[in-house]
Design a protein. Structure first.
Length: 344
């Protein structure tokens, strides 16, 4: 088993540490808390992964909400710069109807125009069988499907119920299996919904389990409107980990309330080793009012570097990519690291 040691001073702090751990972390099998002696503060964390895979979602999730259509050549250059920065996974585009997301109308040109680096995956979002077929014809080697833990959000986002969305995805899963194409699953609104409010961890676990059972090799759990805190992130993950292996989970955090990095750290402490993020903090969601950008990839890499966790990402080249896209969009970077280093 794994032992987490927390050194605190005073009975009150000991009790607070015990309560915090019981409420947030103890549901994870094999972990326990020891409060050792008295001291000045927190001195040890649960073991963290030695390496984290970053899934860069900027070119798709980051740009889909832009009001002005971003030129295809800008998207292509952004993806190429992100590849050069060493990101192992770059979500390139989305094969949805241009009627619903006009920003992604150039999906075929983007897929055919980017330089495909060795050891870099370029997954694309495919909402249905038609989208999957067009994506594969355009050269996609990996696809993603997306559901929600909230019924109302599912209706607003993909125009069907959760159950209907899962049935729709079964056609994509069957075709992907026949073509030997891996499928990643997204679950939106895992920590709150703009229409329903609080989302039960059990509902998130239920949807994640169904996607995993259908054959998704990885499930990304999205705090779509960024309302999550470390406390409910831990509760949600503890519920999901009971149904889906932790090494098949990822977290996708928006930073609306400034909680994203704290939530990611909790996920790492619970064994998650895949993090979605967006260069320069680009993003939002066209169907989630109040959702600000994704957590900035630069900020995630900076934090992971400080924890001695390997990512394979060159922070300088990543910031260059962020500076490029922000210049193209004529906006300031959403990355605190980029702002602090006066890149923009």
């Amino acid at each position: 088993s794994t032992t987490t040691i927390v050194e605190v001073g005073g009975v009150g702090l000991r009790m607070a540490a015990r309560i915090l751990f019981r409420r947030q972390l103890c549901p994870v099998p094999g972990r326990r808390l020891l409060v050792a002696g008295s001291g000045t503060g927190y001195v040890a964390n649960p073991p963290l992964p030695s390496r984290v895979k970053i899934v860069e979602v900027g070119p798709r999730d980051g740009l889909q909400n832009e009001k002005t259509v971003v030129p295809t050549e800008v998207k292509i250059k952004l993806i190429n710069m992100l590849s050069e920065a060493g990101l192992p996974v770059i979500e390139a585009t989305s094969f949805v109807s241009p009627k619903w997301v006009p920003q992604m109308a150039d999906q075929i040109d983007v897929m055919k125009g980017i330089i495909k680096y060795q050891n870099v995956s370029y997954p694309v979002l495919t909402p249905n069988l038609k989208g999957f077929q067009v994506a594969v014809a355009a050269g996609a080697k990996e696809v993603s499907i997306f559901g929600a833990a909230s019924e109302q959000f599912s209706q607003k986002n993909i125009n069907c119920s959760i159950e209907e969305s899962l049935q729709r995805f079964s056609d994509v899963m069957k075709a992907a299996k026949e073509a030997n194409i891996p499928v990643r699953g997204y679950v939106s609104c895992v920590l709150g919904c703009p229409y329903e409010g609080v989302v039960a961890p059990s509902k998130v676990a239920e949807v994640a389990k169904k996607l995993y059972s259908m054959g998704c090799y990885e499930i990304s759990l999205g705090d779509t409107i960024g309302v999550g805190t470390p406390g409910n992130m831990a509760k949600m993950l503890s519920a999901v980990i009971k149904e889906v292996p932790v090494n098949c989970l990822a977290v996708h955090c928006h930073d609306t309330y400034g909680q994203a990095l704290a939530n990611i750290l909790v996920a790492l402490q619970l064994g998650v080793s895949v993090v979605d993020s967006s260069v320069a903090g680009l993003g939002g969601c066209p169907y989630a009012k109040g959702a600000s950008g994704n957590v900035a990839t630069e900020d995630v890499v900076y934090m992971l570097n400080g924890l001695n966790i390997q990512t394979g990402v060159n922070l300088q080249k990543l910031m260059d990519a962020g500076a490029f896209i922000c210049s193209s969009l004529n906006r300031r970077s959403g990355s605190k690291v980029a702002q602090a280093l006066c890149r923009l």
